[in-house]
Design a protein around this ligand. Structure first.
Ligand SMILES: Cc1ncc(COP(=O)(O)O)c(C=O)c1O
Length: 455
């Protein structure tokens, strides 16, 4: 074991961090997080922080969830790994697949395909969408639709449906036959309105027009996040998902709900699809499924898809897709224990209640500080969008956002910044007092951001 000096000396020197410039990481080395306890983490200098990031939207039950840790350790001793490819399986995987289908029964899910994370789950859904149409006698249905500002991970399929140029440009050309619709975003849009219902109808009209242009019989699926997370916590109007579901149904297009963030309670309901009252054809899940303790995801498949693929003969019905770690026994044991705790603690309800308190506090901060252009959120996923000019909605520059981050960190709360957005996604097991701590830290941070802006 190396000492603290070694860690500080070598920080970011021999590793490339995700979504970061290696040079910048070396110049401004990241905080080294050493411990996690309850809903807090402690950095290498002993500085204790309330985790306003929730790991990365995933440590929903906090860092001290003993039943989950115990299940992992027990499984590690019993069977640390065995594959689930044709011919063998393991008991936690059988139990987890049963449990997942029970958990997502209200969404109409009937089968689970286990993966190693969100990007894998998205990729699985995209591939299965094409396989479904092939098995259903419509092999020309290969195109995908998605939303601008959506985020669906970093595999080529997921990156192709991503709606943010940052995640695409260096790796182009992306998959052909992918088309993007405008985001259901009230704060910034092309429609010159902040009326969410109007925006929903306009996007639906664009979708209809594009379906007519492309030919419905060429389109496999529409993939969307129920609440757009990484794109800056964009909460669609309640009519948006039902509208898009109805259009998809009418044209034989599958609807994939990317529930990597919203699955298991984050938006204040067991899933984002349940929140909006729709049944998707497939759901990509990950993050909260294992409380962040094991890299795991699941693509969930509805009865409609399952029936068609399972009744296809030979190669067309074979799932020619899978990962070495699909159905990893420790991952499955982790998820089983996590889901039991998610239900026992009813964390979705807690997220819904505290989300109201959080959003009200963010609205108050918006009243207090000109630098806040927009405050938005659903459940315990929320964002502040910082601007240098409120009327023109000019995005605040990096130094302003960094000033907020640094002051909040110094005051004992860690939040996440992305462009000019400050994203708040704490563990779902927090209490009202934690929400107040986050709001106080943001208050201090916004004062610092305002100073930076006026400098
Ligand atoms: C909605 C959504 N889909 C997919 C992904 C990709 O998941 P992962 O980073 O586990 O591959 C993410 C990650 O944040 C996400 O938010």
């Amino acid at each position: 074991m190396h000492d603290t000096n070694f860690l500080i000396e070598n920080n970011a020197k021999h590793v490339w961090h995700p979504m970061a410039h290696p040079g910048e990481m070396r110049e401004h080395p990241p905080h080294i997080i050493e411990h996690g306890e309850g809903v807090e983490v402690v950095d290498i200098h002993g500085h204790r922080l309330l985790d306003g990031v929730g790991g990365l939207w995933n440590v929903n039950l906090g860092y001290s969830c003993e039943p989950v840790k115990a299940a992992m350790i027990a499984q590690l001793h019993k069977l640390p790994y065995y594959n689930a490819f044709r011919g063998t399986t393991n008991s936690p995987l059988i139990e987890l697949s049963y449990e997942l289908c029970q958990f997502f029964r209200p969404e109409g899910m009937a089968r689970a395909f286990l993966t190693s994370g969100g990007s894998d789950s998205v990729e699985t859904c995209l591939r299965l969408a094409r396989q479904y149409h092939r098995a259903n006698g419509q092999p020309e249905r290969t195109k995908f639709f998605s939303l601008k500002k959506g985020y669906h991970g970093t595999h080529f399929g997921g990156a192709s449906v991503n709606g943010n140029a940052n995640f695409r440009r260096n790796y182009e050309p992306m998959l052909g036959g992918v088309h993007h619709l405008p985001a259901p975003f009230t704060y910034r849009n092309q429609f010159e309105t902040d009326d969410g219902a109007v925006i929903a109808r306009k996007i639906a009209a664009i979708f209809e027009e594009e379906i007519a242009f492309q030919g419905a019989d060429t389109i496999a699926a529409l993939i969307m996040e129920p609440v757009l997370g990484s794109g800056g916590v964009i909460v669609p109007h309640e009519t948006f998902f039902p509208l898009m579901r109805e259009i998809c149904d009418r044209h034989g297009i599958l609807l994939i709900a990317d529930e990597v963030i919203t699955g298991f309670g984050r938006a204040g309901s067991e899933s984002g699809s349940r929140l909006w009252g729709i049944k998707p054809d497939m759901m990509s899940t990950a993050k909260g499924i294992s409380n962040g303790y094991f890299p795991l995801g699941a693509a969930m498949i509805s009865e409609k898809i399952a029936v068609v693929i399972e009744s296809a003969k030979g190669a067309t019905g074979t799932i020619s897709h899978g990962y070495t770690y699909s159905g990893h026994p420790i991952g499955a044991a982790t998820a089983l224990a996590t889901i039991a705790e998610v239900k026992r603690q009813n964390i979705a309800a807690n997220a819904a209640t505290l989300g109201v308190q959080l959003l009200a506090g963010l609205e108050r901060l918006k009243q207090k500080y000109e630098v806040v252009g927009d405050a938005r959120g659903k459940g315990l996923m929320a964002a502040l969008e910082l601007v240098s000019d409120r009327t023109k909605k000019t995005p605040a520059d990096k130094a302003v956002v960094q000033a907020l981050y640094d002051r909040a960190y110094d005051s004992g709360v860690i939040v996440r910044t992305s462009g000019n957005n400050v994203i708040i996604s704490p563990c779902l097991a927090i209490g009202s007092e934690h929400v107040n701590r986050i709001l106080s830290a943001l208050d201090l941070g916004l004062a610092a951001a305002t100073e930076a802006l006026n400098r």
